[in-house]
Design a protein around this ligand. Sequence first.
Ligand SMILES: C[S@@+](CC[C@H](N)C(=O)[O-])C[C@H]1O[C@@H](n2cnc3c(N)ncnc32)[C@H](O)[C@@H]1O
Length: 341
Amino acid sequence: MDQDAFLGRVVTDNAAAFAGLSVSLGARLGLYRAMTGRGPMTPAQLAAEAGTVERYAAEWLAAQVAGEYVLYDAATATYELPDEHAAVLADLTGGFTMLQSLYQTEDALVEAFRTGDGHGWEQHSADLFSGVADFFRPGYDAFLVQEWLPALQGVTEKLAGGGLVADVGCGYGYSTMLMAEAFPQARFRGFDFHAPSVEAARRTARERGLSGRVSFEVASAADFPGEGYDLVTYFDCLHDLGDPGAALRRTEKVLAADGSVMIVEPNTSGDPARSINPIGRSFAAVSVVLCLPAAIAQRGPVALGNHAGEDVMRAIAADAGLGSWRVAVETVTNRIYDVKR
Ligand SMILES: C[S@@+](CC[C@H](N)C(=O)[O-])C[C@H]1O[C@@H](n2cnc3c(N)ncnc32)[C@H](O)[C@@H]1O
């Protein structure tokens, strides 16, 4: 890339970074939702629909037009959110919600870079936890029941007739609840060491009428309770643990005789050059400000970051007695590993 091209890249990135807050505001204030399916609107109509002040709505719309999220018709002075854009924005604003929280950690990260200390998961503000859950949820909605579980050997057959599942590092529990809705005969236990996330998961389970078959408990991955699990899952969290080996040793201990472990990890590579694309760049950028410091804060034997690579994970699993390792599915964003003893 020559200097002019690189200048263009930095200016574009700067614009996207500035625009991120307006996207988060659009999601949080329901501005995108208010424009969905409505055709051309004036700022006054949008403001009335979303319950905001017109002057702010007008300024926000100008920013949306500049980013080509919203179309502007000068002849009628109206703004339109195309249906195709609305469909994407309905699912993809979780990452923008995380920004406020991540930027708040900058001072702590400056210190951490100098001292080598971590920044714990629980030290982030609330937007981070709901943002992460919303960031991953569309992928789970689209693939978990339809493709990922069926790609594991013998798992869906077992769960259709009953079975016990542990979802470790479950966060807000969307993955747990999706599986529970698909397999009404089976029982599901979600575990996470972050109490506010567990509380949020319990609330959602009650709202969805799942409390009888799905429970959420505060527990560390290294000693989550129970035994005889037919399936233990780790959704986008194994690399966040300070001691993934301890978690997998516990998993091996509490797994039923022919039980399976499903490890869902970002589809990243240990080779930084393979991250030169928008998804790889997003994962790599989040790793250094969130995944790595959160793992370091746990003071375990490793801190992997989210792009340590498959070989590293596989070796940790083998050391824990989980020697059978297979890539079950690969998507643009995730790799799903089917792991057994
Ligand atoms: C990136 S989030 C993923 C959450 C959820 N699985 C999802 O896909 O939305 C990582 C999760 O791991 C949890 N976590 C991190 N370290 C943990 C530990 N040692 N024991 C249990 N949970 C842990 C965090 O609280 C957080 O909910």
